[in-house]
Design a protein. Structure first.
Length: 72
């Protein structure tokens, strides 16, 4: 919240780049496995198999497609 006043300013863009979240390989592989379990093996999103994969880090099986998304 302390960065809200910078929105729309040059500093905002530099902060978005410098503070960008990058998923590590372990997170990416767990998310990929969860999506495969849901879409290829018809597991439910709220099922035990998906919860085992994602619960530790409170991850959500969603892929975001934006220009700055980096995985790994």
């Amino acid at each position: 919240m302390d960065r809200v006043p910078n929105m729309g300013m040059r500093r905002d863009l530099s902060q978005r780049v410098s503070l960008m979240h990058v998923d590590d390989v372990h997170q990416c592989s767990r998310l990929k496995a969860a999506c495969e379990a849901i879409y290829e093996r018809n597991n439910t999103v709220d099922g035990a198999a998906i919860e085992r994969l994602l619960k530790d880090d409170s991850l959500v099986p969603t892929t975001v497609s934006v220009p700055f998304f980096i995985c790994g």
